[in-house]
Write a protein that binds this ligand. Structure first.
Ligand SMILES: NC(=O)c1ccc[n+]([C@@H]2O[C@H](COP(=O)([O-])OP(=O)(O)OC[C@H]3O[C@@H](n4cnc5c(N)ncnc54)[C@H](OP(=O)(O)O)[C@@H]3O)[C@@H](O)[C@H]2O)c1
Ligand code: SF4
Ligand code: SF4
Length: 384
């Protein structure tokens, strides 16, 4: 295993690969129905091979991920790793909830300390709420009492808010952002990676394979480019090596769902690091990115000129969900995000459009926005 500095606020080094316990093997489609024996075997095997960071969260697998991680870390495994889990930010109504959820998490995880505790999915609603409820006062008490090792946050919103959050507290040790070769300008993106690392934070990368989208059988135009590579690699290997090329990244979490994926990603991690891809290979990945982007049906550049819409429709985000669904051949995921109140509030969806036309006048790409919104809502909206 390769190890990498975990930011500048600690001398500890993390394994290049971390285990994300959000996509554990299941017996049935019910997310709570984890194949526990196999999940424990996979987590322990990755630890035996040098992984020293396990990431879970309160809601993963309908609350069962923390329980299964707790089981995997019994029999002496807890001492071999740093354990990360997350406060369910959306569920916090009062300061009393901090301890209520945290105590439950300690029980589920069979531990008395969480090495890395994250405020989960901070966005423009959860961030001010937690800050005003004095979450830092609570966390500092927990850190001085040893119940929490270090505090961080995970993030899926826009860069400006990311910067505000990084600057909003002096004692963050780390943050967790979505980053992969397709998402350099998305959410915190490359700017966020560099900004946080520049301030000494360790940056933990989630979704290095775009939740699996970059590891699937590629569309023909992408496959054609990859065929021309001197050194043939799997889709997952290209994407992971690209992430580890960035010295600002401390570790990449992958949510592995089979032992085979664990084995493959461990092997890839073993030859990862800056310079593991040649200049030609980096150019090839840029071409792959261009080919994926060429498959986007809506030519939206996410410039935001159409915002705000007087009816509250989040046009760029809706178009992003749809384009991604088509590009990666995964409309199921697009539907999930479009209908999930965490990713998009119901009153921001396309069916709130009253066809006033203002956004179309502002759009530099001259996109027939109202027409596209209708189509997207028909394809992604709630099924009758
Ligand atoms: N804080 C947050 O808001 C948040 C959000 C997302 C994720 N996370 C954390 O970050 C972790 C990583 O994110 P992620 O799970 O989206 O990671 P990811 O690596 O982008 O996607 C994982 C998926 O990729 C596929 N995969 C992994 N290795 C593969 C291989 N070698 N070959 C082929 N396919 C492979 C699997 O898909 P299949 O199962 O379809 O085969 C797997 O479920 C999560 O597990 C979770 O712990 C946090
Ligand atoms: S046309 Fe629809 S999306 Fe565009 S500004 Fe008007 S209401 Fe908003
Ligand atoms: S103005 Fe046009 S290109 Fe820009 S975000 Fe809105 S729809 Fe996309």
């Amino acid at each position: 295993m390769k190890y990498r500095p975990f930011g500048k606020k600690m001398t500890w080094q993390s394994s290049a690969l971390g285990f994300g316990a959000m996509r554990l093997p299941q017996n049935t489609p019910d997310p709570a129905d984890i194949d526990e024996a196999e999940a424990v075997r996979m987590i322990r095997h990755s630890i035996d091979k040098g992984v020293n960071y396990i990431d879970t969260a309160y809601p993963y697998h309908a609350g069962r991920s923390e329980v299964v991680v707790g089981k995997a870390l019994s029999d002496g495994y807890r001492q071999k790793v740093k354990l990360a889990t997350k406060m369910p930010s959306w569920a916090i109504r009062s300061a009393a909830d901090f301890d209520r959820y945290f105590d439950e998490q300690l029980k589920r995880l069979q531990t008395d300390t969480i090495d890395f505790y994250l405020l989960h999915g901070l966005n423009k609603d959860y961030w001010p709420n937690l800050r005003d409820l004095k979450v830092f006062q609570w966390a500092e008490k927990a850190m001085s009492g040893g119940r929490i090792g270090r505090l961080g946050f995970s993030f899926h919103d826009e860069f400006d808010l990311f910067k505000e959050i990084v600057d909003g507290y002096d004692n963050w040790t780390f943050c967790q952002i979505q980053y992969n070769y397709m998402d350099t300008e998305f959410q915190a993106g490359q700017k966020g990676l560099k900004y946080a690392a520049g301030k000494g934070l360790a940056v933990v990368v989630m979704e290095p394979l775009r939740g699996g989208g970059l590891a699937k059988q590629p569309p023909a135009s992408v496959a054609q480019i990859l065929k021309g590579a001197v050194h043939q690699r799997s889709q997952a290997e290209w994407a992971l090596l690209w992430v580890w090329e960035h010295p600002e990244v401390s570790l990449a979490l992958s949510g592995m769902s089979t032992m085979e994926q664990v084995e493959q990603n461990l092997t890839t991690a073993n030859h990862s690091g800056h310079g593991s891809l040649t200049k030609d290979e980096l150019v090839l990945i840029d071409r792959v990115k261009g080919a994926f982007q060429g498959l986007s049906p809506i030519p939206c550049t996410n410039c935001g000129y159409c915002q705000p819409c007087s009816s509250g429709v989040d046009i760029p985000r809706i178009f992003q969900f749809y384009n991604n669904g088509i590009m990666y051949g995964d409309l199921r995921a697009a539907r999930f995000y479009y209908n999930s109140p965490v990713a998009m509030k119901p009153d921001q969806r396309a069916d709130k459009c009253i066809e006033c036309g203002e956004c179309e006048e502002a759009c530099p790409q001259k996109i027939p926005i109202a027409e596209w919104l209708k189509k997207v809502h028909t394809e992604l909206g709630p099924r009758q």
